[in-house]
Design a protein around this ligand. Structure first.
Ligand SMILES: Cc1cc2nc3c(=O)[nH]c(=O)nc-3n(C[C@H](O)[C@H](O)[C@H](O)COP(=O)(O)O)c2cc1C
Length: 468
């Protein structure tokens, strides 16, 4: 098979995730995000389409940068209300066998021990299908909700994250030795205390003196996702991530980031091709081009432009309510996400964005291309998008697939599963069936189901020279 194209679905436990206003469309289901059926139906649709994973975003604050308060966010349901992303995963795991779950959790506001336990619990319940999107947050409102004045400065957040990763690796990989769990009913020994070790850690930010509370789960360390694209973010991703999410308005913008992440991974002693990189896109397939265009035009009628500006203001840290509609957005340094602002300012030297363009363009799917057409046209675009990068940038690198946002929940994903997936499969660019094993293995990792030896987490395994 030619290089496989991989698919992730991008969702959040909220309404209209990255398509503000479209919850009002009669075919959109996202206002039912608070029901179990919403999630179990979604998981089944994605598994029928053999998606690699469902990626669940999360924030712990409100988008209150726009206009200086959260009114517009609340009025338009812009990622608020937002329920806990971990909770629906067990229910989705119960109705699927292969679909992976990449759940976003910020490390800024939860101690490593309790977080490590929650992830291990889900790794058990999903039988090794859990992934963690490592984030540090970008909203000051989240910091205020946790009793702080403002969030930690952008680059310092990544330093904190480095230390956090060491603690959770020690808990997941180094606390319980392989073979510690005996389940020996005859001798009455459940686990051998000689093989269960305390993690004793004293760092600048975290102190731990405890054993990991869970017995080893299938993957131990979950599949690690990361989505920061600033220089600090890329260096962090290159060291830790197995999957990286990138987003940008044009192939050239993303290609540079992809090449940089792979080069940094090689410098860090990892196989650069093993990191799976997914770029954001929204696909609107139809039986004919005319039908697909009509669908997209119909969806655009429901976009809330105010909602799109609320999102962009939150991502960039810039209050776009203070600009005129025809004003060009200029680049400044903020403590929110750096790459989100670069995307609409300096990332593409040929394009400057006015506020009204951001509002119109960002209304469906966020900062990624929206592609409407027949399954053949959409598949052509996907193949080109992946191939362009391979040819124009570093040989044999490029994105591995797409992180697909929805215009309408669940309609967009079922359209992709019904129309685009068969076309990609026919072209030999999509798996005929899932690979057996853990999420790590399905994504090309070792058959053992666990992280490979070149990953930094492996150095904390017991019985290795570097283990503490
Ligand atoms: C596709 C994508 C999804 C993201 N999802 C989340 C999320 O759910 N929660 C979050 O706090 N940050 C999320 N982020 C933000 C990143 O984790 C990161 O904080 C942000 O890109 C700023 O980092 P940077 O300045 O290094 O680019 C996402 C970013 C991208 C590109």
């Amino acid at each position: 098979m030619s290089r496989e194209i991989r698919l992730n679905a991008f969702e959040m436990n909220c309404i209209g995730h990255q398509s503000p206003g479209l919850w009002r469309h009669p075919d959109d289901r996202s206002a039912n995000y608070h029901t179990l059926e919403y999630w179990t139906d979604l998981a089944q649709i994605l598994e029928q389409g053999r998606f690699d994973g469902l990626f669940l975003a999360d924030v712990l604050g409100t988008y209150d940068v726009y206009g200086g308060n959260a009114d517009a966010a609340v009025r338009n349901a812009i990622q608020v209300p937002v329920n806990d992303p971990l909770m629906p995963i067990s229910a989705m795991a119960a109705v699927t066998k292969h679909l992976g779950f990449g759940v976003t959790a910020t490390l800024s506001y939860e101690p490593p021990l309790t977080f490590a336990r929650r992830i291990s619990t889900l790794d058990h319940l999903t039988r090794g299908r859990i992934g963690w999107n490592i984030v540090t947050g970008y909203l000051d409102s989240a910091a205020r909700g946790q009793g702080r004045e403002r969030q930690t400065a952008h680059d310092d957040r990544y330093d904190l994250a480095e230390e956090y990763m060491e603690v959770v690796y020690r808990l997941w990989e180094g606390s319980w030795e392989d073979g510690a769990v005996l389940r020996d009913k005859e001798r009455g020994i459940f686990a051998d205390p000689g093989k269960v070790h305390k993690v004793t850690f004293e760092g600048r930010h975290y102190r731990v003196d405890a054993i990991h509370l869970c017995e080893p789960s299938p993957q131990r360390t979950p599949v690690l996702y990361q989505a920061g694209s600033s220089p600090k973010g890329r260096a962090f991703a290159a060291r830790h991530a197995e999957c990286v999410f990138v987003s940008g308005p044009a192939a050239g913008v993303i290609a540079k980031r992809v090449a940089s992440i792979r080069a940094l991974a090689a410098e860090a002693g990892r196989d650069p091709a093993a990191i799976k990189i997914f770029s954001l896109a929204t696909l609107i397939p139809g039986e004919t081009d005319a039908e697909a265009s009509a669908k997209l035009a119909d969806y655009r009628r429901f976009v809330s432009e105010e909602g799109a500006l609320v999102l962009f203001s939150g991502w960039t840290g810039i209050d776009l309510a203070r600009f005129r509609a025809d004003e060009v957005v200029e680049h400044v340094r903020t403590e929110a996400g750096h790459s989100a602002l670069e995307n609409i300012t300096v990332a593409d030297p040929t394009k400057r964005w006015t506020v009204s363009e951001v509002a119109a363009w960002g209304g469906i799917g966020g900062i990624g291309p929206v592609v409407a057409g027949t399954p053949a046209r959409v598949a052509d675009w996907m193949e080109e998008w992946v191939a362009d990068w391979m040819e124009e940038w570093v040989e044999a690198t490029g994105v591995d697939g797409f992180n697909l946002a929805y215009a309408l929940a669940h309609r967009t994903f079922s359209d992709v599963a019904d129309l685009v997936v068969p076309e990609l499969t026919r072209r030999g660019r999509y798996k005929q069936e899932y690979r057996a094993g853990s999420l790590c293995t399905k994504l090309g990792g070792p058959a053992s189901g666990r992280l490979g030896e070149s990953h930094p987490a492996a150095s904390f395994r017991r019985g290795r020279p570097t283990a503490s």
